[in-house]
Design a protein around this ligand. Structure first.
Ligand code: ADP
Length: 487
């Protein structure tokens, strides 16, 4: 092992291209890559879902780790991420991870009942790395979201902890809340079940454990780091976060330009960049044909790619869809999640054939084609820790309309007259969670769509912004060094 390199174990419940349900998967692929390029010896730790076991070529590192009395012995395997060089350790425990369904839920959308144990085990294996029980001896355990958040607590109570912990919060709204019996199940001492610990209104909160015990906390945009210290966005942990604000840093996510770049994107009919932006139109035509939408250059095509949850603000969009269609726009939505929202959208699409397309499901290829083929991209989120799609949109010359919250506020520069004049504007920003305000903002955008010179300038400004991971990865490296050097 090259001891001069910084050694980091990056622990997550998902990582593109093996398993992804949202932005977490993108980040847990791109950030380790960016860190490797900056000479950090970063390695991933993932649960051994079927998709992970089948896609990787794995060898055994450890054949039987006994964690909990009633659980089968666990194997630790290692392989290399597809198409690159990041080593990935895999927790092989078929009874916990190899199931039909998603990483967190069964096929009906219900949370797996044993999620506390499934992710308690992931956290425990990460803690064993932190105790230097394996050949790879990380100086930092970088935990991501609630599924990994027990690791800092386990290490805080361990007499053999050799690594510092970073807890990255990608979304405060998901905390991993379980019954009090979980404390014993996951091997924590009873004294941890305390207001000054992981207890949260009589239950166990995995995320609170991470926030309480980690050496450093990060979240995915500077603005969201402020937001979560308020009652509105703190999901009950705002006071704890305020108390720990000296250890809380907002580091903006980047985007992976190997995967999300209109000039090289393998999913597009025609690649393009700022020098041949007119080629974007071809992607719009192909998308319209694919989605069975009327072919018309006059109508702006609005896109949305989203998990259908309360967070994403679809309830603001649905009431104004008839007005938008009447005003001469087309809409292409790709998403899945809440069944009521899915049904509602599908009913609307049936009323407006040729004008509105709704694809329910998860479709990586279509998501790239929507980013490239639409003119406007809509993200009216109620809260948004960072958001990736607005950054993908800007780099694809697709103008985002966003609500001023979290990372959306950090990344999109509103098309005010002054920002347009100074060639800074990249999109449209509205303030309140209100359909009328969204409608007004959309109307302004549609008006500007017909002013080709200004529209083109918005596109070019967005496409030339630097959303790469380089800068953020450097901030993480500073934080790693700071943690190592702090007692
Ligand atoms: P979140 O993590 O809250 O879902 P982000 O904007 O940070 O939101 O990231 C969402 C990621 O998931 C993007 O890469 C987006 O393209 C992708 N995504 C979301 N829903 C779908 C879907 N139905 N099909 C394909 N990709 C999707």
């Amino acid at each position: 092992m090259n001891s001069s390199k910084l050694r980091v174990l990056f622990v997550a419940a998902e990582s593109y291209p093996l398993v992804k349900t949202g932005g977490l998967g993108d980040v847990c692929y791109a950030l380790p890559n960016a860190l490797r390029q900056l000479d950090v010896d970063v390695r991933l730790l993932l649960p051994g879902y079927s998709a992970v076991i089948e896609r990787l070529s794995l060898v055994e590192v450890h054949d039987s780790i006994n964690i909990y009395p009633l659980l089968e012995p666990i194997r630790l395997l290692v392989g290399i991420m597809p198409g690159e060089i990041t080593p990935v350790y895999v927790v092989d425990c078929p009874s916990l991870y190899q199931r039909d369904g998603g990483p967190y839920q069964d096929i009906t959308g219900k949370d797996w009942e044993d999620n506390a144990v499934r992710f308690g085990v992931l956290s425990k294996i990460a803690a064993l790395f932190g105790e230097h029980k394996f050949l790879f001896k990380p100086q930092i355990i970088h935990c991501n979201d609630w599924q990994t958040a027990i690791t800092p607590a386990l290490l805080a109570f361990s007499s053999q902890a050799h690594a510092k912990t970073i807890m990255s919060v990608h979304n405060m709204a998901y905390q991993g809340i379980f019954g009090p019996e979980t404390v014993e199940q996951i091997g924590l001492p009873p004294e941890s079940f305390n207001m000054f610990g992981l207890e949260f209104y009589g239950k166990v909160s995995f995320l609170k454990a991470g926030i309480y015990y980690a050496n450093q906390i990060t979240t995915v945009s500077p603005n969201y780091a402020k937001d979560i210290q308020t009652e509105t966005y703190g999901c009950g942990l705002d006071i704890l976060l305020t108390e720990r604000q000296q250890q809380l840093t907002g580091i903006l996510n980047g985007i992976d330009l190997d995967v999300w770049n209109p000039d090289t994107d393998i999913h597009l009919n025609r690649n393009y960049n700022i020098r041949n932006l007119s080629a974007k139109v071809r992607n719009t035509q192909v998308l319209r044909t694919k989605l069975n939408l009327e072919n018309s250059k006059q109508m702006p095509l609005i896109g949305m790619i989203t998990r259908l949850t309360e967070q994403k603000g679809m309830d603001l969009v649905i009431p104004i869809i008839p007005l938008l269609i009447k005003a001469g726009v087309q809409i292409a939505i790709l998403g899945s999640g809440d069944k009521t929202l899915e049904n509602h959208l599908q009913r609307l699409a049936a009323i407006y054939p040729k004008k509105m397309s709704v694809t329910i499901g998860y479709d990586e290829e279509l998501s790239h084609q929507i980013e490239a083929g639409t003119n406007i991209f809509l993200m009216p989120s109620k809260f948004e820790p960072c958001g990736l799609n607005q950054m993908y949109s800007m780099s694809y010359g697709t103008i985002p309309i966003v609500r001023r919250t979290g990372g959306l506020a950090d990344t999109v520069i509103d098309a005010t007259p002054e920002n347009i004049k100074n060639k800074l504007a990249t999109g449209f920003v509205f303030e309140r969670t209100n359909s009328n305000e969204l409608l007004y903002c959309l109307q302004q955008a549609v008006k500007m769509f017909h002013n080709k010179a200004v529209w083109n300038q918005l596109q070019i400004t967005g496409m030339t912004r630097d959303f790469s991971w380089q800068k953020s990865a450097k901030q993480y490296i500073s934080l790693y060094h700071h943690s190592i050097n702090t007692i």
